[in-house]
Structures are given as structure tokens and as C-alpha cells.
Design a protein around this ligand. Sequence first.
Ligand SMILES: [Zn+2]
Length: 267
Amino acid sequence: MLMRVAQIGSGTPEIAVLAGVHGDEPCGVRAVERLLEERPTVQRPVKLVVANEKALERRVRFVDEDLNRVFPGDPDAETHERRLAHRLVEELEDCLTFSMHSTQSYADPFAIVDGVDETAARLCPQLPVTAMVETENFAEGRLMTEIDTIEVECGQQGSESAAQNANRLMRAFLTAVGVLPGDTVSRDLPVFRLTDVVPKEPADTYEVFVENFTEVEAGAPFAAADGNEQVADEPFYPVLMSPYGYRDVFGYAAEKLEVLESPTAAD
Ligand SMILES: [Zn+2]
């Protein structure tokens, strides 16, 4: 039992929804399970994948190593996640994939893409997200390096609102790509590009003083390790920044690029 794969609708799917890349992020799994129970009538087939069942069962981020850092994986690897990564790539190869995550850093949903291509620019403004983040140089080992992927952060890990957001985001995505019938609402979307990782020193306690997606001014203290403050050399936008979300880093620094204007609404 490496992962769970299901399908709604007949034919070969070009669209996939992916949940449970991280085992301690149950929001997407609930959305997928709910969709499978409801079995809505679809206009084109969709593949549904729950990835790291072993980690989900244990309620841990991963069993051996972070799945979203080991793509493309290897069928003969020693670690569970590297083998799983290889299988996932085989399974998702021909699909535009919508991958749901949750974080310890920020409650509002946002989208993460490798780069802003035509697909991302068209679809992301139709999702109920507050921002789009380009990972660009920080995508190594992520699913999006192998598969055409839109990732969404649905909210705070384990929260009821993250589960509700996952459900709303997934349905908006499936509507935008024509799996589910109906219309989406478009909104203007600010785009950020990751520029740096923000490392953290080994310490017992960590603090973050700033809000994600809100500019930090040069000279402002933004985080602390065991009470030692870290001060911004240059202005930046914090993204995915939290005291304990990652082991070695607080999160990322980003620059703000542009605001994608929602296309003129169709009548
Ligand atoms: Zn995740």
C-alpha cells in the first residue's frame, strides 16, 4: 500500500487532485474523501490521489524524508518517500495536478507555482487565494519540478478552517478546469517570488515577529532564536515563515512582483 488512487468520470484524466503529500496535513484528504462520497457528475474525468498514506496513518510529515523534496524519486530507493515519489510521477505524468497542503505559518490560502506560466496565470486568479508565490530557484525536489502542478496552502495545519478551505479551493479548481459545472469568481492576485531562505540557528525556542506577505522594513527585527533577534538587512516579504514549521529555516524571503488583474468578467 504505497498510495490511494481513485477516479471520477470515465476516460483518461488530464486533471488530478493530490492530497496527503505530507502526513500531518489532513485537510486535503478530507476534501478528496468528501468528493469521493458525493461522486458528483463531472464534465471530464479527474484522478484523485492520496499520497503518503503511511505518514498519514502515523500523523507525521514523513516516514523517512520529506516527500516534497525528493522528486523525481527512485523505484529502488531505500526510503519510502523516494519510492513513493517515483510512483507518483508515473501516476500524475499526464495530469495538471492540484496539490493541497497546510502550514504553521499563515491562515489564509495562497497558491504556489514553479513559475507564472499561462496556466497558472489563468487558473490561480479563479481560486479563493490571497496571493500567488513563485518558487523558481527554490523548487528543487518538489513535485512541481516533474509534474505540471498548482500547489495550494489551505491554512493552519490540522485546523477545521484549513479543511473547509481545502474543499472550497479544490472545487474552485475543478470548476475552473471544467471538471465541475458552473462559474468561478476571479480576483486580482498579488504575485511574490521567493528570493532567499531565512535560516535559523540551533536553539531551544524560536519566535517570529512579522506577518507573512507584509513587507518587513530594513533594520526591523523579524525573528529570534533563544531571544537573539535577527534584523532585516534589506526590506523583504516573509513567506511561509513560522517559529517551528521547518527544522532548519524560519521560512523564505520574497519580493513582490506584480498584481495579476482578473480578466474582464464574462457576461
Ligand atoms: Zn505540505
